[in-house]
Design a protein around this ligand. Structure first.
Ligand SMILES: Cc1cc2nc3c(=O)[nH]c(=O)nc-3n(C[C@H](O)[C@H](O)[C@H](O)COP(=O)(O)OP(=O)(O)OC[C@H]3O[C@@H](n4cnc5c(N)ncnc54)[C@H](O)[C@@H]3O)c2cc1C
Ligand SMILES: NC(=O)c1ccc[n+]([C@@H]2O[C@H](COP(=O)([O-])OP(=O)(O)OC[C@H]3O[C@@H](n4cnc5c(N)ncnc54)[C@H](O)[C@@H]3O)[C@@H](O)[C@H]2O)c1
Length: 473
C-alpha cells in the first residue's frame, strides 16, 4: 500500500490527555502537527476512566444521600435504582465532554489527525497504514491499560476491566473486584451504593500511597456501604463460568460472584510502537525518559501515563505543558517541578499532595512536624451531618509544606487550596494568612495551620506582650 509522505514539526502518538494538550498547544503556536490515534479520541480519561467513573459515582452518591437523608429529618426510604438510566447518565456525561477532545475540534486547530496505529520505522520516522511521517520532534503518549495478573484460571473465565465495565446493561448481583487501588475503591463504592453486593480482595493494603489513618476513614465508610474489603490476601486461582465465578483465596476461602472486575494496576502500551527502530528503551513502568521527558532518542519525548511517572490526567496534561515549554517557549522545565495532587472520589474522598508523613520522615528526619484538624470540629461539616475525616499538614524545616492530606467530603476541592500554596513553595504560614469564608470545609486547613502556631501565638511571651500593650492603652 502506498503511504502519504508527510513532513511535520511534531508527530504525536496517542490522543489521550497528554497527546491532546501537546497537540493543541503546538498547533496554536503555528507548528505543523500530526496526531495518531488508533482508538477513541480522548483516550482512557474520557472513554474508560475519569469521566465514566465520576459519572457513576455521582449516581451512587445520590443514592447514598437518599438512603441516609433520614439522619437530617428527611424520610425518603430506599432509593429505586434504574441502572439503565444510570448508564444513560454515564454516556451523556461522555457525550457532553467529547466535543472538547474530538477529531473535528483538533482539525479545526490545524492538527492533522490520523485514526490509525502508528509505529517508528527509524529514529525520525513514524508510519501507519496510510501515512509516513518525518518530523523534527515526536511525542509518545500511548498510555496504559489494565494489567491482568497471571492467576491460574483467570484466562478461562469472563472478566471486566475499566474498558468493558461501561458496557454493562444490568447491575451485577455480586461484583468481585481484584485490587483496592483508586479504581477498585471508587468502583467498589459506586456499585455497592447502586445495590450490588461488592467484595474487594487486595494483596497488600488498600490505597497504599495514601495516609494510613485517612484510608481508615474510607474503610469505615466502605464497610457501612456493605463493601467487604479483604486485605493482605491474594487469589490463588479462579474457576467457574459466566454468572458464577469463584475466587479461591490464599487463606482457603472461596467466594463466588456474578461478575469479576480486574483493577490490579496498569501496564504501559508499548508493544505496537516499534521502539527499537527509534533507539528508545522501555521498562515495566513505561518509556525510559528524563525529568524533561526526553528519551534516549533526543527527538522523542514521552508524556502521560507512558512516561512512567504516575497515572493521572492532570499529570498527563502537565507533561504536555512541560514539552511545549521546553520545545517552543525555550523555558527549561522539569516535570518534577510541580507537586501533583492525587484524589480518590469516594465518599469520604481522599486527597493528597506531596509527601506522606512516613515518606517525609524518611527524607527529612526529625525536621518533620505534623499538624491536623478534624472535620468533627468544623462547623460546616457538623451542619451537614458529615464529620468523617480530617486535614493533615506535613511540615519540614521552616514550616515548609511537604505534604497536605485530606479525608472527608469535598477533599478534592479543599486540596486545591493547598496545591496553589505548594506550587509556590509555600509554608504553613501561607495557609494562616488568607481570610476564608465561614462556614466552609476549607477553613479546616487554616485551623490545622493555625494550630501549628498556637504555642507561640498564645504562649507566655505573647501573653506578657498583650498584657503590656493593654496596660499602655
Ligand atoms: C477507571 C479509571 C479512572 C480514572 N480516574 C481518574 C481520575 O479521576 N483523575 C485522574 O487524574 N486520572 C484518572 N485516571 C487516570 C487517567 O485516565 C490517565 O492518567 C489518563 O487517561 C492518561 O492519559 P494519557 O494521555 O497518558 O493516555 P491515554 O488516555 O491512555 O491515551 C493514550 C491513547 O493512545 C492511543 N494509542 C496507544 N498506542 C497507539 C499507537 N501505537 N498508535 C496510535 N494510537 C495509540 C490509545 O488508543 C489511547 O487512546 C483514571 C483511570 C482509570 C482507568
Ligand atoms: N481518582 C483518581 O485519580 C484515579 C482513579 C482511578 C485510577 N486512577 C489512576 O489509575 C491508576 C491505576 O489504578 P488501579 O487502581 O488499577 O491501580 P493501583 O496500582 O493504584 O492499585 C492496584 C491495586 O491492586 C493490588 N493488586 C495488584 N495485583 C493484585 C492481585 N493479584 N491480587 C490482589 N490485589 C492485587 C495492588 O496491591 C494495588 O493496591 C492509579 O494508579 C491512578 O493513578 C486515578
Amino acid at each position: 500500500m502506498s503511504r502519504e509522505s508527510i513532513k511535520a514539526d511534531l508527530c504525536i502518538i496517542g490522543a489521550g490527555a497528554a497527546g491532546l494538550v501537546t497537540a493543541a498547544g503546538a498547533a496554536m503556536l503555528g507548528r505543523k502537527v500530526v496526531l495518531f490515534e488508533a482508538g477513541e479520541m480522548g483516550g482512557d480519561c474520557l472513554n474508560f476512566g475519569c469521566v465514566p467513573s465520576k459519572a457513576i459515582l455521582s449516581a451512587a452518591h445520590a443514592a447514598h444521600s437518599v438512603r441516609t437523608a433520614a439522619k437530617l429529618g428527611v424520610k425518603a426510604g430506599e432509593p429505586q435504582i434504574d441502572f439503565a438510566a444510570v448508564m444513560d447518565h454515564v454516556r451523556a456525561s461522555l457525550a457532553a465532554i467529547e466535543p472538547n477532545d474530538s477529531q473535528a475540534r483538533f482539525e479545526g486547530l490545524g492538527v492533522h489527525v490520523i485514526r490509525e496505529w502508528a509505529h517508528f520505522t527509524s529514529p525520525d520516522t513514524v508510519e501507519s497504514d496510510s501515512a509516513n511521517v518525518k518530523a523534527k520532534r515526536f511525542v509518545i503518549a500511548s498510555g496504559t491499560r489494565a494489567r491482568i495478573p497471571s492467576i491460574p484460571g483467570l484466562s478461562d473465565i469472563p472478566y471486566l476491566t475499566n474498558e468493558s465495565i461501561w458496557q454493562l446493561d444490568t447491575l451485577p448481583a455480586h461484583l468481585f473486584i481484584l485490587g483496592a487501588g483508586p479504581i477498585g475503591c471508587e468502583l467498589g463504592q459506586a456499585f455497592a451504593r447502586l445495590g450490588s453486593k461488592v467484595t474487594i480482595v487486595e494483596a497488600g493494603k488498600a490505597l497504599g500511597a495514601f495516609e494510613p489513618e485517612h484510608v481508615d476513614v474510607l474503610r469505615v465508610a466502605l464497610a457501612a456501604d456493605g463493601v467487604r474489603l479483604i486485605e493482605g490476601t491474594g487469589v490463588e486461582r479462579f474457576s467457574g463460568q459466566a454468572g458464577a465465578l469463584t475466587a479461591h483465596l490464599a487463606g482457603g476461602e472461596m467466594i463466588t460472584a456474578s461478575h469479576l472486575l480486574i483493577a490490579a494496576g496498569r501496564e504501559p502500551v508499548t508493544g505496537t510502537l516499534g521502539l527499537e527502530a527509534a533507539g528508545i528503551e522501555a521498562d515495566a513502568r513505561g518509556i525510559v525518559c528524563d525529568d524533561k521527558l526526553r528519551t534516549a532518542n533526543r527527538r522523542v519525548y514521552a508524556a502521560g501515563d507512558i512516561a512512567g511517572k504516575g497515572a493521572l490526567t492532570h499529570l498527563a496534561g502537565w507533561h504536555g505543558s512541560v514539552i511545549l515549554r521546553n520545545l517552543y517557549y525555550g523555558l527549561p522545565t522539569r516535570q518534577s517541578s510541580s507537586p501533583i495532587p492525587g484524589c480518590v472520589y469516594t465518599s469520604p474522598g481522599l486527597a493528597q499532595i506531596g509527601l506522606t508523613e512516613s515518606r517525609a520522615r524518611e527524607q527529612h528526619g526529625d525536621k518533620v512536624s505534623v499538624t491536623s484538624w478534624p472535620f468533627a470540629d468544623n462547623d460546616r461539616a457538623i451542619a451537614e451531618g458529615d464529620t468523617a475525616g480530617s486535614i493533615k499538614l506535613v511540615l519540614g524545616k521552616g514550616g515548609k509544606l511537604l505534604g497536605v492530606h485530606v479525608a472527608g467530603a469535598r477533599a478534592d476541592d479543599i486540596a486545591a487550596l493547598a496545591a496553589v500554596t505548594m506550587a509556590r513553595g509555600g509554608t504553613v504560614r501561607d495557609l494562616t494568612s488568607p481570610v476564608l469564608a465561614y462556614p466552609t470545609r476549607g477553613e479546616a486547613i487554616k485551623r490545622a495551620a493555625g494550630k501549628h502556631f498556637e504555642p507561640v501565638v498564645f504562649g507566655p511571651f505573647a501573653k506578657a506582650w498583650a498584657g503590656l500593650l493593654s496596660a499602655l492603652h
